[in-house]
Design a protein around this ligand. Sequence first.
Ligand code: 5GP
Length: 121
Amino acid sequence: MSDDNPTIFGKILRGEIPCRKVYEDDEVLAFHDIHPVADVHFLIIPKRLIPSLAEVQPGDAPILGKMLALAPLLAREQGLTDGFRTAINTGRLGRQDVYHLHIHIFGNKPGGDPLKVMHGN
Ligand code: 5GP
């Protein structure tokens, strides 16, 4: 499923490098970001390689829907009970670093500070 995936997330999927797992099933893996920008910051990825949101095909709709539907469930499990942010960085100008589609889910624990507003640089 991830044999020909050259990205760092391919290595994670193949177990070549470790991750702190949040959730896994046969289609999806979620794990904590190695450089968190908030109290909690994890990524949801499809096991099948989709390089970018810009390269999504109509047939990818079910897996995208599944990933998005998992986001609030996993966020709650990780303690984000008072809100969180999602982001899908796409392409060079969208500051995508890893070309394996991923949803960022990040937020502070209840009682913490709201996230800073997004800015342009
Ligand atoms: P992008 O900029 O592509 O949207 O985000 C890629 C994310 O992957 C970054 O937030 C980065 O910290 C995270 N990341 C990069 N390499 C690794 C890794 O080896 N392990 C984990 N857990 N996260 C990683």
